[in-house]
Design a protein around this ligand. Structure first.
Ligand code: HDD
Length: 764
């Protein structure tokens, strides 16, 4: 490479021209590009073995770092310049004729600065505008060459860099994170055979079966057209009007009204590819697959009252959580599982695998774990990376292919198309975060914002003047579509219609509801009640309840009662009165409780309330024990700053009852020390703090004198004390027994919430 660099003319002051590390100019017509620009050693060595996969990427290391380094800018120690590199002498004053005179048109420095500023915003995404991203890697457990030739799955331990963006769907770019909504879960794999985008959600089904309906769905759920309300909410007339007229959405509505739609963290939600895809091996044989991401930390959600309050106190709740987990080294991690099945199996299923409103129960096709993804690096710049990243359902690599799902077909068009207006032209693939690690060579030229400088006069194929380059890769290396058999009756010709099984809108909605725990069922009913109570037109509410009767009488009755609809309206006539008997009537895997996770406290936030005069030693013990488990234990004071303890020490509260209210924490420690407790009792925030922790079923450790706070907050302390330690999530200790109480407290925390305490309506 050095010899080539010396021989070829290139600009030594621009050592990293687009696509060529080291700034080496390509030889005209040459094909000497390496097959992969992944840094050597991207398949990590067995030296770092772990019990799961045999290999592990070094912490904080990620193969996209080097390629992106060529565009990273660090201004430390640098002089301020214009965009033309001209040094700026004065960045405070515009150029004027005399100090009190008019500003001059010739002030190119002012004009450049203001002009750039005027254009600093791009259109937000039409859906999924609000999002947060992270870099990471995917590591393959074992070679999957039997079913796919896709690059990330070719070798045990192979590591592929990824960029992931999580998002809400309805709200605008600056809207709250904890809205009741679907979460986007989009993964860009920078494979050594091109970029593969798995653009999924945290829910495995969708509202509609055909892309034809997508604009209507989005128009209906977005803020209403006349007054642009409500923001980041589906609880309004137009959404429920549409979905109550469209029973195919019933299954999805069950998921969206469940706690899945208010996750605790991006690190505690599942991800799904939703559609049926294909995997294709080197022999051209294909199987169907569904993609599932399962969080190692378990699936955990918020409760609705908590989500509403968080949206006021910290609208960036999920963004902050993701950022802080990664900064703290508590990297979010997910296991990739595949449901693999054949066309022959698919033909026997009671549902159609091309229908995005249906799942394949795991009891029917079990999950095969194939790798893990770790998010270990925060972006350097939100706009350059998270905002400009362009995911496209059309981006697949050899070894991955589409099914005929009509929803997917529309997506294959929509994503590339939308980037052209969002990112300002057809060259968005050259924006660094979107640029593949695999080399790009073709005859697509020009267009707005073109970065690459193509050499030579040949921009067509076939050619002889450039030795036929770039040349077609052929079937062995290139992307080849699966020559799939069309399952439809060919004699039908062109139709605008659906297969019959698509018309079964209720069987799987029922399956989902029946598979939930009683608490989850209650939450679903309460969410329907809340959302429909915001609908102003009674006929829409009634139509929705009429539709729910086809999915679950129990649910419809509960929702109807909550809305004062009595008697219930007759069930909506179903499109398919006698659907095929389902294989599975209950699927425990559909409950959030089925995936409690590794029980780790990593990244969990614990508040330790403090005031001048609390007992310092038990607080120090609690903080130390929690931090050792990877939890974030924060001292929340009646004010911030230093304060003396009863035992002659000094504590430094880093947040206050006012700026970090109780619902922002996963658990609570109440201190001992009569004077400090009295000070806490004087502050109304303390009681709100405790009430919220109690109401949201979180784990509370009460040490010594703080029992008085529990009493004052109106909590049923005597009831809780009579239970064995920890079963209600309420743990009591006197100062001498803090160590053992802490063990109970942390064990109770790992169970996340204690729904036995939940009441509707809440007593407190
Ligand atoms: Fe979509 C964005 C996921 C159906 C059209 N979609 C978008 C994002 C995610 C999804 C995660 C955000 C990507 C990012 O972070 O930049 N969308 C889905 C899933 C669907 C789905 C899982 C159903 C299975 N989407 C869907 C349909 C269409 C679109 C049927 C159109 C026919 N989606 C878009 C879009 C967006 C988008 C308009 C907006 C911004 C963007 O693409 O880049 O093209």
């Amino acid at each position: 490479v050095e010899a080539l660099a010396a021989a070829m003319p290139h600009n030594p002051t621009k050592p990293a021209e687009h696509g060529f590390a080291n700034g080496v100019a390509p030889q005209a017509g040459a094909t000497a590009e390496p097959a992969s620009r992944l840094p050597t050693g991207s398949t990590l060595s067995e030296a770092n073995s772990n019990d799961k996969a045999g290999t592990q990427a070094p912490e904080g290391v990620n193969a996209t770092i080097a390629p992106l380094d060529r565009v990273r800018v660090d201004s430390s120690g640098q002089m301020l310049t214009t965009n033309q590199g001209v040094a700026v002498g004065d960045n405070q004053n515009s150029l004027k004729y005399g100090v009190r005179g008019p500003a001059l048109l010739e002030d190119f420095i002012l004009r450049e600065k203001i002009t750039h500023f005027d254009h600093e915003r791009i259109p937000e995404r039409i859906v999924h505008a609000r999002g947060s991203g992270a870099h990471g890697f995917f590591e393959c457990y074992d070679a999957l060459t039997d079913i796919t030739r896709a690059a990330p799955f070719q070798e045990k331990g192979k590591v592929t860099p990824v960029f992931v963006r999580f998002s809400t769907v309805q709200g605008e770019r600056g809207s709250k994170d904890t809205a009741r909504d679907v979460r986007g879960f989009a993964v860009k794999f920078y494979t050594d055979e091109g970029n593969w985008d798995l653009v999924g959600n945290n829910i495995p089904v969708f509202f509609i079966q055909d892309a034809m309906k997508f604009p209507d769905l989005v128009h209906a759920v977005k803020p209403e057209a006349h007054h642009q309300m409500p923001q980041a909410a589906s609880a309004h007339d137009t959404f429920w009007d549409l979905v109550s007229l469209m029973p195919e959405s019933t299954h999805m509505l069950m998921w969206v009204m469940s706690d899945r739609a208010i996750p605790r963290s991006f690190a505690t939600m599942q991800g799904f590819g939703v559609h049926t895809f294909r995997m294709v091996n080197a022999q051209g044989e294909s199987v169907f697959v569904k993609f599932h991401w399962t969080p190692i930390a378990g699936t955990h959600s918020l409760v609705w009252d908590e989500a509403v309050k968080i949206s006021g106190a910290d609208p960036d709740y999920h963004r902050r959580d993701l950022w802080e987990r990664i900064e703290a080294g508590a990297y979010p991690e997910y296991e990739l599982g595949l449901q693999v099945f054949t066309e022959e199996q698919a033909e026997q299923f009671s549902f159609d695998i091309l229908d995005a409103t249906k799942i394949i129960p795991e009891e029917l096709v079990p999950l095969r774990p194939v790798g893990r993804m770790v998010l270990n690096r925060n972006p350097d710049n939100f706009f350059a990376e998270t905002e400009q990243v362009a995911f496209c359902a059309a981006h697949v690599v050899p070894g991955i292919d589409f099914s005929n799902d009509p929803l997917l077909a529309g997506r294959i068009h929509s994503y590339v198309d939308t980037q052209i207006s969002r990112l300002g032209g057809p060259n968005f693939h050259e924006i660094p975060i979107n640029a593949p690690i695999a080399p790009v060579h073709n005859n697509q030229r020009d267009g707005l914002h073109r970065q690459a400088i193509h050499r030579g006069r040949v921009n067509y194929e076939p050619n002889s003047l450039a030795g036929g380059c770039p040349f077609q890769a052929g079937a062995a290396q290139g992307f080849v579509s699966v020559p799939a058999r069309i399952l439809a009756d060919e004699e039908q010709g062109k139709v605008r219609a659906k297969p019959e099984k698509f018309a079964d809108h209720y069987t799987q909605a029922r399956l989902f509801f029946e598979s939930q725990s009683p608490v989850e069922q209650d939450h679903i009913a309460n969410a329907f009640r809340f959302e429909l109570s915001k609908v102003t037109v009674p006929a829409i509410r009634e139509r929705m309840v009429a539709s729910l009767r086809n999915a679950s009488e129990k649910l419809a009755r509960k929702v109807g009662t909550g809305l004062g609809i009595d008697p219930l309206p007759g069930p909506l006539p179903p499109a398919l009165p006698n659907p095929v008997q389902p294989e599975v009537l209950k699927s425990p895997a559909l409950s959030l409780l089925a995936r409690p996770g590794d029980g780790s406290l990593k990244g969990r936030k614990v508040a330790i309330l403090v005031a001048p005069g609390v007992e310092g030693s038990s607080i120090a013990a609690a903080q130390g024990a929690l931090v050792r488990q990877g939890a974030v234990a924060r001292l929340v004071g009646t004010r911030i700053g230093r304060m003396p303890t009863a035992d002659g020490d000094v504590l430094d509260a880093d947040c206050s009852l006012e700026n970090e209210p109780g619902f922002l924490f996963d658990a609570l420690v109440l201190p001992d020390g009569a004077e400090g407790v009295a000070a806490l009792a004087q502050d109304g925030h303390t009681l709100e703090f405790i009430k919220d922790q109690f109401r949201h079923c979180k784990t509370i450790l009460t040490i010594g004198a703080s029992s008085a706070l529990m009493m004052r907050a109106g909590l049923p302390v005597s009831m809780a004390k009579s239970h064995s330690l920890g079963t209600t999530g309420l743990v009591f200790a006197d100062s001498s027994g803090v160590d053992s109480a802490l063990q109970h407290f942390m064990a109770a925390m790992s169970r996340h919430r204690h729904f036995g305490r939940e009441m509707d309506p809440p007593l407190l």
